[in-house]
Write a protein that binds this ligand. Structure first.
Ligand code: SF4
Length: 350
């Protein structure tokens, strides 16, 4: 982890290495950056991909081989919302930060251990083949099953991905994060093909529900640093969380952002209300027994998701749009959850 990190270090208690990847350069790089730890070679990652407690998963690390056949997966609901094709590239799975509402608590319930896919050369080769075949203007994101930057100090994945995307002009890479550790990105050749995006909450929500993440002022500062380095940035007001004083707090958040950030260079803004699968409620209650306010006003009329009722959602969206209007063109703002609620359950984590 870099010094002066905005995030706590990730020091896994136990490292599992899938047989066959021990000698890959990426594996050796990661091991050399870790503090002393117990290591175990396992025959197949399936041995530890079982229903397990999320808190256990967040304290371990698995170095495994990614099947290159599955490199890119289309996120249909996100594609619908953004009106361009969106794909996920999951080079990391799970995250050591602790947002109480994190959707990975249910999406990764059978596979919670933090995993780095270490067959980097193979993944990048396959990616090169696939990028030629997806529509021009598509977005490939690494923030669906992990925070794109939270473990950069260990993986350095973006040191490879950003220059790789800079070599073509058809598809954008989107990094989605709640970290502020952008230093390693600033001198990379990116040619505007990487959008660095932040998930933004009010300071109250960050303090009460997004443990271990960078503070809101730190995220805004990181955004300005990336803009100065020429990166387009993205902003995700997602999830918007209803709380006492939400109108004042979201207004202030928008003002803080646009006081510092150049709106001209913001690629897109998304807005989405808090939601998570109904089956996740138990994990949230067990893991964060004191955080009961998060459930206020949520309903589950479709039985699959907990979400705010239509009128409250509409009010949250309209209010946020009205705060954004003086600063940012409405046509570059999209709703990120409505397609999900209408039946397609994909969602970004970070
Ligand atoms: S919401 Fe994002 S930053 Fe928070 S724990 Fe989940 S993956 Fe990590």
């Amino acid at each position: 982890m870099p010094k002066n990190s905005s995030l706590p270090p990730f020091n896994p208690q136990r490292v599992y290495i899938e047989e066959g990847v021990q000698d890959l350069p990426f594996t050796q790089e990661v091991l050399s950056r870790l503090k002393p730890h117990e290591t175990e070679i396992i025959k197949h990652s399936r041995e530890i991909r079982v229903p397990a407690e999320m808190s256990w998963g967040k304290k371990g690390l698995l170095l495994a081989r990614f099947k290159p056949d599955e490199t890119l997966k289309e996120f249909e609901a996100m594609s619908q919302s953004l009106a361009r094709s969106v794909y996920s590239l999951n080079v990391i799975s799970n995250c050591h930060l602790e947002c109480t509402y994190c959707i990975l608590q249910s999406y990764l319930e059978n596979n919670p251990i933090i995993t780095f896919y270490v067959n980097r050369e193979e993944i990048i080769k396959k990616l090169a083949d696939q990028l030629d075949r997806i529509p021009r203007g598509s977005v490939v994101g690494t923030g669906q099953l992990a925070d794109s930057l939270a473990l950069e100090g260990l993986t350095q994945w973006n040191q490879h991905l950003i220059p790789f995307f800079a070599e073509q002009d058809r598809v954008f890479l989107e990094l989605k994060t709640k970290s502020a550790d952008v230093e390693p990105l600033l001198d990379l050749k990116h040619k505007g093909q990487t959008v660095v995006s932040w998930s933004m909450s009010t300071e109250k929500v960050q303090e009460e529900e997004e443990y271990k993440t960078a503070s809101i002022p730190e995220r805004i500062e990181a955004m300005t640093r990336c803009q100065k380095a020429g990166y387009p940035v993205g902003i995700h007001f997602d999830p918007i969380i209803h709380h006492v004083g939400w109108e004042k707090n979201y207004r202030r958040l928008v003002e803080q952002i646009f006081h510092a950030v150049d709106a001209e260079n913001v690629a897109w803004i998304s807005i989405g209300g808090l939601r998570f699968p109904t089956r996740q409620v138990k994990a949230m209650r067990d893991r964060f027994p004191k955080n009961r306010k998060i459930f206020t006003n949520l309903v589950s009329t479709n039985k699959r998701f907990m979400y705010y009722p239509d009128r409250l959602r509409e009010s949250l969206y309209n209010r946020l749009r009205s705060y954004l209007k003086p600063h940012f063109p409405e046509e570059k703002t999209y709703l990120s959850m409505e397609a999900e609620l209408s039946g397609q359950a994909d969602k970004s984590a970070s």
